[in-house]
Design a protein around this ligand. Sequence first.
Ligand SMILES: NC(=O)c1ccc[n+]([C@@H]2O[C@H](COP(=O)([O-])OP(=O)(O)OC[C@H]3O[C@@H](n4cnc5c(N)ncnc54)[C@H](OP(=O)(O)O)[C@@H]3O)[C@@H](O)[C@H]2O)c1
Length: 188
Amino acid sequence: MPEVVVVAAVAEAPGSPADRLIGDGMDLPWHLPADLRRFKALTTGWPLVMGRRTFESLLHQFGGPLPNRENVVLTRHPSSVDHPGIHVYGGLEEAVRAFADRERLFIGGGAGVYGSVLDPDGAVQADRLELTFVEGEFEGDTYFPPYRHLLAENGGPFHLDASKRHPAEGDRPAFRFDTYVRDPTLGR
Ligand SMILES: NC(=O)c1ccc[n+]([C@@H]2O[C@H](COP(=O)([O-])OP(=O)(O)OC[C@H]3O[C@@H](n4cnc5c(N)ncnc54)[C@H](OP(=O)(O)O)[C@@H]3O)[C@@H](O)[C@H]2O)c1
Protein backbone atom coordinates (compact mmCIF):
# COMPACT_ATOMS: atom_id res chain seq x y z
CA MET A 1 0.00 0.00 0.00
CA PRO A 2 1.18 3.57 -0.52
CA GLU A 3 2.86 5.63 2.15
CA VAL A 4 0.03 7.83 3.51
CA VAL A 5 1.24 11.39 4.10
CA VAL A 6 -0.83 14.08 5.81
CA VAL A 7 -0.16 17.58 4.49
CA ALA A 8 -1.71 20.42 6.47
CA ALA A 9 -1.15 23.99 7.58
CA VAL A 10 -2.32 24.38 11.17
CA ALA A 11 -2.58 27.43 13.43
CA GLU A 12 -0.47 27.15 16.54
CA ALA A 13 -1.89 29.24 19.36
CA PRO A 14 -1.90 27.05 22.49
CA GLY A 15 -4.70 27.95 24.91
CA SER A 16 -6.49 30.14 22.36
CA PRO A 17 -9.70 29.34 20.44
CA ALA A 18 -7.61 29.82 17.30
CA ASP A 19 -5.39 26.84 18.10
CA ARG A 20 -5.54 24.13 15.37
CA LEU A 21 -7.48 26.32 12.89
CA ILE A 22 -7.06 25.22 9.27
CA GLY A 23 -9.87 26.92 7.36
CA ASP A 24 -12.07 29.95 7.07
CA GLY A 25 -15.06 29.31 4.82
CA MET A 26 -13.70 28.60 1.34
CA ASP A 27 -10.30 30.03 2.24
CA LEU A 28 -7.29 29.47 4.43
CA PRO A 29 -7.09 31.67 7.54
CA TRP A 30 -3.79 33.20 6.33
CA HIS A 31 -1.94 34.20 3.19
CA LEU A 32 1.37 32.33 3.20
CA PRO A 33 2.97 31.89 -0.24
CA ALA A 34 5.92 29.93 1.22
CA ASP A 35 3.48 27.30 2.48
CA LEU A 36 1.72 27.07 -0.88
CA ARG A 37 5.12 26.53 -2.52
CA ARG A 38 5.96 23.76 -0.06
CA PHE A 39 2.54 22.17 -0.61
CA LYS A 40 3.14 22.20 -4.35
CA ALA A 41 6.65 20.77 -4.04
CA LEU A 42 5.47 17.97 -1.78
CA THR A 43 2.32 16.92 -3.63
CA THR A 44 3.17 17.42 -7.31
CA GLY A 45 3.17 14.05 -9.06
CA TRP A 46 1.24 12.24 -6.32
CA PRO A 47 -2.43 11.51 -5.66
CA LEU A 48 -3.94 14.13 -3.34
CA VAL A 49 -6.98 12.87 -1.44
CA MET A 50 -9.39 15.47 -0.09
CA GLY A 51 -12.95 15.98 1.09
CA ARG A 52 -15.59 17.52 -1.17
CA ARG A 53 -15.49 20.90 0.58
CA THR A 54 -11.71 21.16 0.30
CA PHE A 55 -12.05 20.44 -3.43
CA GLU A 56 -14.67 23.20 -3.70
CA SER A 57 -12.29 25.54 -1.86
CA LEU A 58 -9.59 24.76 -4.46
CA LEU A 59 -12.03 25.63 -7.24
CA HIS A 60 -12.78 28.87 -5.39
CA GLN A 61 -9.13 29.78 -4.70
CA PHE A 62 -7.40 28.52 -7.85
CA GLY A 63 -10.21 28.17 -10.39
CA GLY A 64 -9.80 24.43 -10.95
CA PRO A 65 -8.23 21.19 -9.77
CA LEU A 66 -4.54 21.37 -8.86
CA PRO A 67 -2.36 20.58 -11.89
CA ASN A 68 0.17 17.76 -12.27
CA ARG A 69 -1.25 15.47 -9.59
CA GLU A 70 -4.35 13.31 -9.25
CA ASN A 71 -7.10 15.25 -7.44
CA VAL A 72 -8.96 12.54 -5.51
CA VAL A 73 -12.25 13.79 -4.04
CA LEU A 74 -14.27 12.04 -1.33
CA THR A 75 -18.04 12.45 -1.18
CA ARG A 76 -20.91 10.31 0.00
CA HIS A 77 -22.82 11.47 -3.10
CA PRO A 78 -20.38 10.65 -5.95
CA SER A 79 -22.83 11.54 -8.71
CA SER A 80 -23.05 15.12 -7.36
CA VAL A 81 -19.34 15.89 -7.88
CA ASP A 82 -18.59 16.21 -11.54
CA HIS A 83 -15.46 17.91 -12.82
CA PRO A 84 -13.20 16.87 -15.70
CA GLY A 85 -10.01 15.09 -14.76
CA ILE A 86 -10.72 14.36 -11.10
CA HIS A 87 -11.16 11.01 -9.34
CA VAL A 88 -14.25 10.71 -7.13
CA TYR A 89 -14.73 8.04 -4.43
CA GLY A 90 -17.42 7.34 -1.86
CA GLY A 91 -14.97 6.48 0.93
CA LEU A 92 -11.38 6.83 2.06
CA GLU A 93 -10.48 3.13 2.01
CA GLU A 94 -11.86 2.78 -1.50
CA ALA A 95 -9.82 5.81 -2.63
CA VAL A 96 -6.60 4.51 -1.11
CA ARG A 97 -7.17 1.04 -2.58
CA ALA A 98 -7.57 2.63 -6.02
CA PHE A 99 -4.00 3.95 -5.76
CA ALA A 100 -2.55 0.80 -4.17
CA ASP A 101 0.16 0.60 -6.83
CA ARG A 102 1.54 4.06 -6.01
CA GLU A 103 4.46 4.54 -3.67
CA ARG A 104 2.87 7.46 -1.84
CA LEU A 105 -0.32 9.48 -1.56
CA PHE A 106 -1.18 12.66 0.25
CA ILE A 107 -4.13 13.40 2.51
CA GLY A 108 -5.03 17.06 1.98
CA GLY A 109 -7.93 17.50 4.41
CA GLY A 110 -10.27 18.75 5.57
CA ALA A 111 -11.04 18.15 9.19
CA GLY A 112 -12.85 14.81 9.02
CA VAL A 113 -10.42 13.27 6.54
CA TYR A 114 -7.44 14.26 8.69
CA GLY A 115 -9.31 12.86 11.71
CA SER A 116 -9.83 9.51 9.98
CA VAL A 117 -6.15 8.93 9.19
CA LEU A 118 -5.04 10.04 12.67
CA ASP A 119 -7.55 7.75 14.41
CA PRO A 120 -5.60 4.82 15.91
CA ASP A 121 -8.56 2.58 15.06
CA GLY A 122 -9.00 3.94 11.53
CA ALA A 123 -8.74 1.61 8.54
CA VAL A 124 -6.27 3.97 6.81
CA GLN A 125 -3.44 5.26 8.99
CA ALA A 126 -1.08 8.16 8.39
CA ASP A 127 2.58 7.18 8.07
CA ARG A 128 4.00 10.70 7.94
CA LEU A 129 2.79 14.21 8.82
CA GLU A 130 4.01 17.20 6.82
CA LEU A 131 2.72 20.03 8.99
CA THR A 132 3.13 23.77 8.66
CA PHE A 133 2.48 25.41 12.00
CA VAL A 134 1.40 29.02 11.56
CA GLU A 135 1.90 31.03 14.71
CA GLY A 136 -0.81 33.48 15.71
CA GLU A 137 -4.47 34.18 16.39
CA PHE A 138 -6.40 33.76 13.15
CA GLU A 139 -10.11 33.67 12.39
CA GLY A 140 -11.83 30.68 10.92
CA ASP A 141 -14.27 27.84 11.36
CA THR A 142 -12.48 24.57 10.56
CA TYR A 143 -9.99 22.82 12.84
CA PHE A 144 -7.31 20.17 12.58
CA PRO A 145 -8.17 17.34 14.97
CA PRO A 146 -6.42 17.17 18.35
CA TYR A 147 -2.97 15.78 17.55
CA ARG A 148 -0.54 16.58 20.35
CA HIS A 149 -1.17 13.24 22.11
CA LEU A 150 0.04 11.51 18.91
CA LEU A 151 3.53 13.04 19.11
CA ALA A 152 6.37 11.00 20.59
CA GLU A 153 7.15 13.76 23.12
CA ASN A 154 3.68 13.03 24.60
CA GLY A 155 3.87 9.25 24.31
CA GLY A 156 2.42 8.94 20.79
CA PRO A 157 3.75 7.18 17.68
CA PHE A 158 5.02 10.15 15.61
CA HIS A 159 8.57 11.37 16.13
CA LEU A 160 9.89 14.68 14.83
CA ASP A 161 12.13 14.05 11.85
CA ALA A 162 12.78 17.61 10.64
CA SER A 163 11.81 21.12 11.68
CA LYS A 164 12.52 24.52 10.19
CA ARG A 165 11.15 27.74 11.67
CA HIS A 166 10.78 30.98 9.74
CA PRO A 167 10.43 34.07 11.94
CA ALA A 168 7.73 36.69 11.32
CA GLU A 169 8.59 39.24 8.65
CA GLY A 170 6.51 42.36 8.05
CA ASP A 171 2.83 41.30 7.91
CA ARG A 172 3.76 37.66 7.51
CA PRO A 173 3.37 35.48 10.61
CA ALA A 174 6.08 33.18 11.89
CA PHE A 175 5.69 29.61 10.70
CA ARG A 176 7.43 26.27 11.00
CA PHE A 177 7.69 23.29 8.66
CA ASP A 178 7.66 20.11 10.76
CA THR A 179 7.93 16.55 9.48
CA TYR A 180 6.73 13.77 11.79
CA VAL A 181 7.25 10.12 10.95
CA ARG A 182 5.39 7.18 12.48
CA ASP A 183 7.70 5.00 14.52
CA PRO A 184 6.19 1.51 14.73
CA THR A 185 8.17 0.84 17.93
CA LEU A 186 6.37 3.68 19.76
CA GLY A 187 2.77 3.61 21.15
CA ARG A 188 -0.46 3.90 19.17
N1 LIG B 1 -4.94 24.52 6.29
C1 LIG B 1 -4.98 23.40 5.55
O1 LIG B 1 -3.97 22.73 5.37
C2 LIG B 1 -6.28 22.98 4.92
C3 LIG B 1 -6.34 21.80 4.18
C4 LIG B 1 -7.57 21.40 3.64
C5 LIG B 1 -8.69 22.18 3.84
N2 LIG B 1 -8.58 23.34 4.55
C6 LIG B 1 -9.77 24.16 4.81
O2 LIG B 1 -10.75 23.33 5.41
C7 LIG B 1 -12.04 23.70 4.95
C8 LIG B 1 -12.69 22.51 4.26
O3 LIG B 1 -12.63 21.38 5.11
P1 LIG B 1 -13.92 20.72 5.79
O4 LIG B 1 -13.42 19.96 6.97
O5 LIG B 1 -14.95 21.77 6.00
O6 LIG B 1 -14.49 19.75 4.67
P2 LIG B 1 -13.86 18.51 3.85
O7 LIG B 1 -13.34 17.47 4.78
O8 LIG B 1 -12.95 19.00 2.81
O9 LIG B 1 -15.17 18.00 3.11
C9 LIG B 1 -16.17 17.38 3.85
C10 LIG B 1 -16.97 16.53 2.89
O10 LIG B 1 -16.09 15.57 2.29
C11 LIG B 1 -16.79 14.35 2.12
N3 LIG B 1 -16.12 13.32 2.92
C12 LIG B 1 -15.27 13.51 3.97
N4 LIG B 1 -14.84 12.33 4.44
C13 LIG B 1 -15.41 11.38 3.68
C14 LIG B 1 -15.35 9.97 3.69
N5 LIG B 1 -14.59 9.28 4.56
N6 LIG B 1 -16.07 9.30 2.78
C15 LIG B 1 -16.85 9.96 1.88
N7 LIG B 1 -16.96 11.31 1.83
C16 LIG B 1 -16.25 12.00 2.73
C17 LIG B 1 -18.23 14.63 2.51
O11 LIG B 1 -18.81 15.15 1.31
P3 LIG B 1 -20.38 15.10 0.95
O12 LIG B 1 -21.03 16.07 1.89
O13 LIG B 1 -20.41 15.50 -0.48
O14 LIG B 1 -20.81 13.67 1.19
C18 LIG B 1 -18.07 15.73 3.55
O15 LIG B 1 -19.23 16.51 3.73
C19 LIG B 1 -11.83 24.90 4.07
O16 LIG B 1 -11.91 26.07 4.86
C20 LIG B 1 -10.41 24.72 3.57
O17 LIG B 1 -9.83 25.96 3.20
C21 LIG B 1 -7.40 23.74 5.09
